[in-house]
Ligand binder design. Structure first.
Ligand code: URA
Ligand code: URA
Length: 232
């Protein structure tokens, strides 16, 4: 009985591993082998997680040492949410709370982001939230160009794996970086641009809205445009 169970589990795991490698199965790009291999019942070595799944990419990022921020970070903040989200948010970089918890947008600005997401009838778990930089710059200083260039590879792969219909860039930094633009966020926000083939809507950063609540109305306008685009 025990042996039979082991064999069944082994064959399910094999199936899922192949599905992941093919990237086309009904489980799509979502890695289930992580869940399945919580307890290793087989004598064989667990297969390495391929980086062509979101879980594989995350694993790679969590041990990244490609730039100096790895020396000062507490946690890598890879991103969180639905790996099949239609809507993805991209912020600037983790702050203190995010660095401590390893999760994006969990501080005060994050609470406001949750309300912004809910304003179009979605929940945080429906969308995917990431940042341009996966590690916190010391004292929240601005990201350096070399850090951006090095780290953007993770974001580009993340977007390729999630394949959102719309990306919302939060704030001047994310918008200007992704769009390789010097335009002000005031000019960039409110209209769709293209980011590597995906529709991108820049809007104000929730931390900016905490200081300038009168501009929440404009973010609401941008969110309605995003909602309409998602309904198309
Ligand atoms: N600000 C950001 O840009 N990203 C976070 O994750 C938190 C605050
Ligand atoms: N300045 C920023 O950096 N971000 C905003 O969203 C607005 C102004």
């Amino acid at each position: 009985m025990q042996k039979e169970l082991e064999n069944i589990i082994k064959s399910i795991r094999k199936y899922i591993e192949l599905e992941e490698l093919a990237g086309t199965g009904e489980w799509g790009q979502v890695s289930l082998s992580g869940i399945m291999s919580g307890r290793d019942l087989s004598p064989a070595k667990p297969a390495p997680v391929p980086a062509d799944t979101l879980e594989g990419l995350k694993k790679e990022a969590l041990s990244c040492t490609k730039c100096d921020l790895c020396e000062t970070r507490t946690h890598v903040v890879f991103g969180a949410g639905n790996p099949r989200a239609k809507l993805m948010f991209v912020g600037e970089a983790p702050g203190m709370q995010e660095d401590l918890q390893g999760l994006p947008f969990v501080g005060r600005a994050g609470k406001l982001l949750t309300r912004i997401i809910e304003s179009i009838g979605l929940k945080r778990k429906d969308v995917y939230i990431a940042n341009i930089l996966k590690c916190r710059p010391p004292d929240n200083r601005n990201p350096l160009p070399t850090e951006i260039l090095t780290c953007e590879e993770y974001l580009i792969k993340q977007i390729e794996l999630i394949r959102p219909r719309v990306i919302c860039a939060l704030g001047k930094f994310a918008a200007q970086t992704l769009l390789r633009s010097q335009e002000s966020i005031t000019r960039l926000r409110g209209k769709f641009s293209d980011y590597r083939g995906t529709k991108l809507m820049p809007t104000f950063h929730p931390a900016y809205l905490l200081r300038n609540p009168q501009d929440k109305r404009l973010v609401w306008e941008d969110m309605k445009k995003i909602r309409n685009q998602l309904e198309k």
